[in-house]
Design a protein around this ligand. Structure first.
Ligand SMILES: Cc1cc2nc3c(=O)[nH]c(=O)nc-3n(C[C@H](O)[C@H](O)[C@H](O)COP(=O)(O)OP(=O)(O)OC[C@H]3O[C@@H](n4cnc5c(N)ncnc54)[C@H](O)[C@@H]3O)c2cc1C
Length: 443
């Protein structure tokens, strides 16, 4: 146990947006039984529990905003079983995402979910937020790779759902109810994960366009042609302006939009698909770049991973949301992001997972300027309204957490909201697990 004011447990990646809390104590259990004991103690005394993984969240989910005990999984780092020949691994919740990815890679396998903070985030946090990255387009988000969970649920009981099995339709899908529950239904203590053989070759193709009209038409052409890239990403003009200095090729002068598609598979399959992707992307393109070796592909993805930091570096901060829209509305969402920014006197840009219709819609700010931050918060509200108007969702990646509490009521009907609240009550009748987080309605 650590004191509540121990450094590093009062905030996550939303600190720049002003989200900070204060814990009454921090506990670091090493086993599921200790998690259960801690929860039982808290539950009996009406003390709130805030589960914490790597603290890389973008929704304030791990922040003890309303006080209580922070329960950090950082000491639960055992790999309980690794069966590379059966493509599966059983890990405790505190194992870092990058560790699972490395273990898989060393055995010729891959754990496809690739959220951006892999060195910091934990598997428990990835499961709790159902995290995804660029390769979610072909391979799905974290939940698609979870076959079972061990979790501690109120008032302090260890339960196991699913396991090292690839199919299971025996009961209600409690495993995937816990996936994405952001620490509000239970504390995940271990996960059984599927792996798959690593593709032999990975060949990205990038194409430059004058603007979103041509770029989004190219994205739709890829899908319409029946091609299945592993990832299908975009950057708009503002994101490109921030990041293009480090891009590994030359970007033509009038470029206002970039699409990145990746082919994978056996060497032959990937080469064939990369050729087809290049053809599909080329119609209105000013340039099409191929990346033919593993090193070149890695350099491109390293650059893509750095886009968020490059955008922040422009003025020191950003308010960035992760809305999702149906694919046919992507262009509208990209253009509207800029218009919303203009209405609030903010520079705005977006980039993200085009194939999934998932945008990182971003307002660039000086984090020391409280008035500007306030304008950005209001702009974010307009963004959520836009997502709902376009039949999308207010979050495709980071979850609701604290930062977006209540926003679900914009997009869900009354019966759905009621069920959401009843599920919460069924797991946590006293409302002590991560209070205020993932709340369906404004308080
Ligand atoms: C640079 C950067 C890039 C990122 N890129 C991506 C991306 O590409 N895709 C993406 O989806 N996200 C991304 N994120 C956000 C973040 O990394 C993910 O949401 C991640 O899954 C959070 O994991 P964590 O272990 O850090 O969890 P935390 O931030 O500690 O917690 C997140 C939520 O999960 C809950 N939680 C954590 N562990 C448990 C547990 N064991 N049991 C129950 N609840 C738990 C917490 O209560 C909280 O609600 C990025 C963040 C950064 C800083």
């Amino acid at each position: 146990m650590l004191p509540g004011d121990s450094t590093g447990y009062a905030s996550d990646e939303t600190e720049g947006m002003g989200v900070r809390g204060h814990a009454d104590a921090v506990i670091l259990p090493a086993t599921a039984a200790q998690v259960a004991d801690a929860m039982a103690w808290c539950y009996a005394r009406d003390v709130a529990i805030v589960p914490r993984g790597g603290g890389s969240g973008f929704a304030g989910g791990a922040v003890p905003v309303e006080g209580g005990v922070v329960l950090s999984l950082e000491r639960m780092t055992a790999v309980r079983a690794f069966d590379p020949l059966l493509w599966r691994i059983h890990v405790e919740a505190g194992v870092r995402t990058a560790t699972v990815q490395r273990l898989a890679r060393e055995s010729g396998l891959v754990f496809p979910p690739d959220p951006g903070a892999a060195e910091q985030s934990q598997i428990g946090g990835n499961v709790a937020t159902n995290a995804g990255g660029p390769h979610a387009f072909k391979y799905g988000v974290t939940g698609a790779w979870v076959t079972g969970l061990e979790a501690v649920v109120p008032p302090g009981e260890v339960l196991t759902v699913g396991g090292p099995i690839r199919k299971d339709v025996a009961g209600y899908d409690l495993t995937h109810l816990l996936v994405g529950s952001e620490g509000t239904l239970g504390v995940i203590t271990a996960a059984w994960l599927r792996l798959m053989p690593a593709p032999q070759a990975v060949l990205p193709v990038a194409a430059c366009y004058p603007g979103p009209a041509e770029g989004c038409a190219a994205i739709e052409c890829v899908l319409g042609t029946g091609l299945v890239p592993a990832a299908l990403e975009f950057l708009d003009a503002g994101a490109l302006a921030a990041a293009q200095g480090a891009y590994p090729r030359r970007v033509p002068r009038a470029t206002g939009f970039m699409v990145i598609a990746e082919a994978d598979g056996s060497r032959g399959e990937a080469e064939h698909l990369a050729g087809e992707l290049a053809a599909a992307l080329s119609e209105a393109a000013q340039a099409v770049h191929t990346f033919d070796s593993r090193a070149e592909a890695a350099a491109l993805w390293r650059w893509r991973d750095g886009v968020s930091i490059a955008v922040s570096a422009q003025r020191g901060g950003k308010v960035s949301e992760d809305i999702v829209v149906p694919l046919g509305r992507l262009r509208e969402a990209i253009e509207e992001t800029v218009s919303i920014g203009r209405r609030h006197e903010l520079e705005a840009c977006s980039w993200g997972h085009a194939g999934d219709g998932n945008l990182h819609s971003t307002f660039i700010v000086d984090p020391r300027d409280e008035l500007e931050l306030e304008r950005a918060r209001r702009a974010a509200q307009d963004l959520f309204g836009l997502a709902v108007r376009l039949s999308g969702s207010v979050s495709g990646e980071h979850g609701i957490g604290w930062a977006k509490r209540g926003q679900l009521s914009r997009q869900w009907s009354e019966p759905a909201l009621r069920l959401h609240e009843e599920v919460k009550r069924a797991f946590d009748p006293k409302g002590l697990l991560n209070p205020g987080k993932k709340a369906a309605r404004p308080a």
